[in-house]
Design a protein around this ligand. Structure first.
Ligand SMILES: CC(=O)SCCNC(=O)CCNC(=O)[C@H](O)C(C)(C)COP(=O)(O)OP(=O)(O)OC[C@H]1O[C@@H](n2cnc3c(N)ncnc32)[C@H](O)[C@@H]1OP(=O)(O)O
Ligand SMILES: O=C([O-])CC(=O)C(=O)O
Length: 451
């Protein structure tokens, strides 16, 4: 048997080895995707970090959809955003303090955390050279490999004391933007034949500003650009314990492994197109729609295209409309509402109103067309999620699609860190180890000459 035949034999077997009838889950009381029949998540833990609210449970046990709410350490994110905006500050570093410590910083603490993060952003020469040597077209992959590489620079990588967990968290929060910007510069140089720009972050600038500077250079961004990127980072920083990447970090952390291994697991999860990777898929889907929908104001043409997507006849033929649907939110994702406001402001400033109006119509029609199509299985209500407008916002800031999902990681590292610290320190913690019911009939060993 040659390699080709062996590969075919093994891949043909997948249809058999992976075949588990959907109805068996119900019959055996197993919650598919750790989700109840009504789409709500199975309770898998308790947390004091973030809270995601998309429905209310009624006394009869049914769920009623409610407008989405997100809380960071008990604080409504909309209130946090408004408060910071009213006091005319950037908010990502303040949110980092809130998520790590459980409370807002006073002005001295805020200055200290801003300074510590900015001062920790630079990579040493060896780390810079090593990251530049990591080849590959996907920055999420390079980010994960760089995080694993940082283990080797840490003098106490396996120390899981709270002090060391905080040190490692700050270090990763500060270094993610630098790694991502440098990885992009190398990719741009290698794959697009452009000049290589490795810019050293400033010690007195915010994460948002330093990132724009490292990506685009001096005088290439406005104050509004910095404010908008900062807000996008704040909004992506945390989303409860059950989202797939945070849960991956918690599962991995429960073995008491090192920070770098646990965070690399989160990055791998976030990259998926059903999770953070959806932002880049939305961008691709919109580009495809721009090509294939002649009249951007035509509801029927948009409906036809969306129906084709659902029928697996358009875009990536997975049947998914990216940027729509959420495991918890029903009526609205509060982050998407705030991102849409930013997108509208940017569209005005950058003369992209026609494109924005097209997106708004797609948003409206996608929810409608999806609910009509999925009547039997989907939740009664659905909405756009955070990934729907984020790509438009990043694109309007002049950031390339290669960094869309890495930008999500650059923010979510804060939530991952807070959850990892909690997972490793709550009283009576336990290794996360659920059970799988085996549904394969037993088989006996067959001697080679009888097979
Ligand atoms: C940061 C974030 O992670 S936000 C989410 C980003 N992801 C996306 O935008 C990708 C598109 N959306 C999706 O795939 C889904 O809505 C998810 C993964 C986000 C949530 O999935 P679920 O909680 O399983 O959704 P739900 O239980 O409501 O799904 C019901 C049915 O609708 C389908 N469905 C849900 N969303 C979509 C969608 N956007 N397009 C097409 N079908 C969809 C599901 O596949 C499922 O079909 P099935 O019953 O035939 O298997
Ligand atoms: O909560 C989820 O399932 C996904 C999500 O929106 C996030 O992680 O930001």
């Amino acid at each position: 048997m040659d390699n080709e035949q062996l590969r075919k034999t093994l891949s043909d077997s997948v249809a058999f080895t992976s075949n588990i009838d959907k109805d068996l889950f119900t019959k055996m009381g197993v919650k598919r995707g750790l989700r109840n029949e009504d789409h709500s998540g199975v309770l898998a833990g308790l947390t004091r970090v973030g809270d995601v609210v998309g429905y209310e449970r009624q006394p009869d046990g049914t769920l009623s959809p409610v407008p989405g709410k997100l809380f960071y350490r008990g604080m409504d994110v909309e209130e946090l955003v408004k408060g910071i905006q009213q006091e005319n500050r950037l908010g990502f570093e303040e949110t980092t303090f809130l998520l790590l410590s459980g409370r807002l910083p006073n002005s001295e603490e805020l200055k200290a955390v801003e300074h510590l993060i900015a001062r920790t952003m630079p990579l040493n020469h060896r780390a810079t050279m090593n990251i530049m040597a990591l080849k590959g077209g996907n920055i999420m992959n390079i980010l994960a490999r760089s995080v694993l590489e940082l283990y080797t620079y840490d003098e106490n990588p396996d120390d899981i004391s709270p002090e060391n967990l905080i040190n490692q968290s700050i270090n990763l929060i500060a270094k993610f933007p630098t790694i991502i910007a440098y990885a992009y510069q190398v990719l741009r140089h290698d794959q697009m034949g452009r000049s290589l720009h490795i810019r050293h972050p400033y010690e007195d600038r915010s994460v948002a500003e330093n990132f724009l500077y490292m990506m685009k250079g001096r005088d290439s961004y406005t104050e509004l650009d910095v404010k908008i990127l900062d807000l996008a980072l704040l909004l992506h920083a945390e989303h409860g314990g059950g989202n797939n990447s945070t849960f991956s970090v918690r599962v991995t952390s429960s073995t008491e492994t090192d920070t770098y291994s646990a965070i690399a697991a989160g990055i791998g999860s976030l990259k998926g197109p059903l999770h953070g990777g959806a932002n880049i898929k939305v961008q691709g889907m919109l580009e495809d729609m721009k090509q294939n929908v002649n009249d951007w104001t035509s509801q029927s043409q948009i409906d036809d295209y969306l129906t084709k997507i659902l029928n697996k006849e358009a875009y990536d033929r997975t049947g998914l409309i990216y940027g729509i649907g959420h495991a918890v939110y029903t009526i609205s994702d509060p982050r998407a509402i705030l991102l849409k406001e930013m997108a509208r402001d940017l569209a005005k400033e950058k003369g992209r109103e026609e494109e924005f109006a097209f997106m708004e119509l797609i948003e409206e029609r996608a929810v409608e067309v999806f609910l009509g199509f999925k009547k039997s299985t989907a939740k009664a209500r659905t909405c756009i999620n955070v990934d729907f407008y984020s790509g438009f916002v990043y694109d309007a800031l002049g950031l390339p699609p290669e960094v869309f999902t890495p930008l999500f990681a650059m923010a979510r590292i804060v939530g991952w860190s807070a959850h990892r610290i909690e997972e490793m320190n709550f009283t009576s913690k336990r290794l996360i180890r659920p059970a799988y019911k085996n549904v394969r009939e037993r088989q006996s060993f067959i001697p080679m000459n009888e097979r």
